[in-house]
Design a protein around this ligand. Structure first.
Ligand SMILES: Nc1ncnc2c1ncn2[C@@H]1O[C@H](COP(=O)(O)OP(=O)(O)OP(=O)(O)O)[C@@H](O)[C@H]1O
Ligand SMILES: [Mg+2]
Length: 603
């Protein structure tokens, strides 16, 4: 992502002109979110038209009053004042109504946008998260949407009201005095040009500002989630400095924004008011010469104040719209980002019950972020239903990658992966992942209770089933010893558990899922010998009637597997049973010699 700190300069050319309109036009992509609330939008616009219309009738009344000071009877005067009171009442009610409708619309739309972004992001494949930090995503969901909220929930309606007052006011000015209006119109281009030029700059700066805010959130999020590592390596000072730098940069950019906007305000207000003063001067001379009544001049002045107030408000709001356009652009980008893994339009259905046959057909795969080295290189493998296959090999050999491919977190470049004979690419991911239970290499614990964490494997499971799964995973004893037993809160990412305890919760979760395919990636690596034996027993039982893929460094864990696959540098270099592989020599025999005999004597 481009975090360009230098604001683009350069003369506004024709191409940039188009760019700007396209960019503020991006606010139109908010329309789908407003569409469902048509009646609300309609009501708000009606209230808006009512209040703007009423504001425009007031000067008429004022002229009558002024011109009737000397001539009219007191009765007429009373009537005018009563009418003014009625208008004020209507204006108050209309304004309140507009506020309520518009604010509600803003809150509603932003809530929908937040949900839409989250809905989109939670389903993205891992490649998406390699490019963006989660803190950044959160910042988009919170701060960027807040900008949009201010647009939909107030700025847009203020803009519309001022637009109505501007147009209506101009027309009424024209009717009041064509000559003076003509003079006012001469000033308008002088006001519009700086608004357009500076406004374009503001939009660029605004997006930049939001980017820096997101970057600093991403940075803080990462540091906080790894706070112990940061502290253990005494990295707090660096962390603080890095965060301060990002935050200060975002402040610097916002200062640029504030300066530009302040400058814009100065220019606009000065031009508008000097224009009014000039016009007034001419008008005053006309009144003295008897060409115009005092009332008409007063009416004209009030209209021109209304109109110029509208212009000033519009210029301010214009810059806010630019800000929101920057935010919308980012959100829309996120909403429209194309996932590297896509479900087919017409997914096939797996025949139930799923047998759990897995086939790799000459699969070659490079991680998108590392295209030069093959993580998997020509892998062909058939795992029969119910078979237990173990994967061993040096770190970085591609064992975890195999597991990720079975879950279709990534698609292979060449070759195919099939479950029960159906290519994964022809299935909906939700549909086939239901039949797979995973114990990942670094087990994830959610910030909830032990019970809820295990139940994540199958949300419909009863308490008794959860407990049975925990028993099987040798987790029951330690969970029962926690202060609140199964209801104990485990902390964010399970900070209140030991590594081995986290693993056993993750295993219990997979056991509870009771799926025909079981994937264990170093599932017992952090367990003591006794717990490992207990878990191993459970795994043996589980694997007897389902397809099981086990990744392990400790060969003792895999000895009993039906087949052992030895991997190296993304390739399968050997496969067979433990005994076959040991007698065959090669990598496995070497590993076995090291592990079982300390490497000193032959096996
Ligand atoms: N998300 C990723 N983006 C780019 N490269 C990756 C990614 N994940 C893994 N790799 C690389 O792919 C290769 C295979 O990684 P993999 O995680 O499959 O190894 P492994 O056999 O599971 O190793 P270990 O035993 O250490 O867990 C490694 O070289 C690794 O650096
Ligand atoms: Mg691994």
């Amino acid at each position: 992502m481009a975090r360009n700190s230098s604001a683009p300069t350069g003369a506004p050319g024709a191409s940039e002109e188009r760019e700007t309109s396209r960019k503020v036009g991006i606010l139109a992509s908010l329309w789908p979110f407003m569409k469902p609330y048509g009646p609300l939008v309609f009501g708000a616009i009606m209230a808006l038209i009512l209040t703007s219309g009423l504001s425009l009738t007031l000067p008429l009344a004022v002229r009558r009053v002024v011109d009737n000071f000397r001539t009219g009877s007191s009765e007429i005067l009373d009537q005018y004042f009563l009418a003014a009171l009625a208008i004020a009442g209507l204006l108050a009610i209309g304004t309140g109504l507009r506020y309520a409708l518009v604010t509600k619309l803003g809150e509603r739309v932003v809530a929908d946008i937040r949900m839409a972004v989250f809905d989109r992001v939670i389903g993205m494949s891992p490649h998406f998260f390699e490019k963006i930090m989660t803190g950044e995503v959160l910042s988009r969901i919170t701060t960027d949407t807040t900008l949009i909220q201010s647009v939909v929930g107030s700025s847009a309606s203020i803009a519309l009201r001022n637009l109505l007052i501007f147009v209506g006011g101009m027309v009424l000015m024209l009717l009041t005095s064509a000559k003076l209006t003509g003079m006012v119109l001469l000033i308008v281009p002088a006001v519009i040009v700086p608004i357009l030029v500076l406004g374009r700059r503001l939009r660029v700066i605004s997006r930049e500002n939001q980017d820096w805010i997101a970057a600093s959130s991403g940075n803080a999020g990462e540091a906080l989630s790894a706070v112990q590592t940061v502290q253990a390596f005494t990295g707090e000072t660096d962390s603080r400095a890095k965060f301060a730098e990002l935050t200060e940069t975002s402040y610097d950019v916002s200062r640029k924004r504030i300066r530009t906007r302040a400058f814009l305000t100065v220019i606009v207000i000065f031009l508008v008011f000097s224009g009014i003063v000039g016009v007034l001067w001419i008008g005053a001379n006309d009144v003295r010469a008897g060409i115009m009544t005092e009332g008409t001049l007063v009416q004209f002045v009030i209209y021109s104040v209304l109109v110029s107030g509208a212009v000033a408000a519009l210029s301010e709001i214009w810059s806010e719209l630019q800000r929101a356009a920057g935010a919308t652009e980012r959100l829309v980008e996120m909403l429209n980002s194309i996932d590297s893994v896509q479900d087919p339009d017409a997914p096939q259905m797996l025949a139930l019950p799923v047998r759990g046959e897995i086939a790799f057909d000459d699969v070659t795969f490079h991680y998108p972020s590392r295209p030069e080295t093959a993580a998997l290189n020509g892998i062909s493998l058939n795992v029969a239903p119910g078979e237990t296959v173990a994967f061993v090999g040096p770190s970085g050999a591609g064992k975890t990658t195999i597991i990720q491919m079975i879950l279709r977190f990534y698609d292979p470049e060449t070759g195919q992966i099939r479950l029960d004979g159906v290519p994964l690419t022809s299935l909906a991911r939700d549909d086939f992942r239901k039949h797979i239970a995973l114990v990942p290499q670094d087990p994830m614990i959610f910030a909830s209770s032990a019970k809820e964490n295990i139940r994540f494997g199958r949300p419909t499971a009863t308490d008794a089933e959860v407990e049975a799964a925990a028993q099987a995973a040798a987790a029951h004893d330690f969970i029962s010893a926690l202060p609140d037993g199964y209801d104990s809160y485990l902390g964010e990412r399970g900070v209140m558990l030991s590594g081995g305890q986290k693993q056993r919760i993750a295993i219990a979760r997979a056991i509870l899922r009771d799926a025909p395919v079981l994937l264990l990636d170093e599932a017992t690596s952090a367990l003591d010998a006794e717990s490992e034996r207990a878990v191993q027993h459970a795994v043996d039982q589980l694997s007897s009637d389902r397809t099981t893929l086990i990744v392990a460094h400790r060969l003792a864990t895999v000895k009993k597997a039906d087949r052992i696959v030895v991997m190296e540098e993304g390739q399968i270099v050997a496969q067979g049973t433990h005994d076959e592989l040991v007698s065959g020599g090669g990598l496995y025999a070497r590993l076995a010699r090291l592990q079982f005999t300390d490497g000193v004597s032959p096996l």
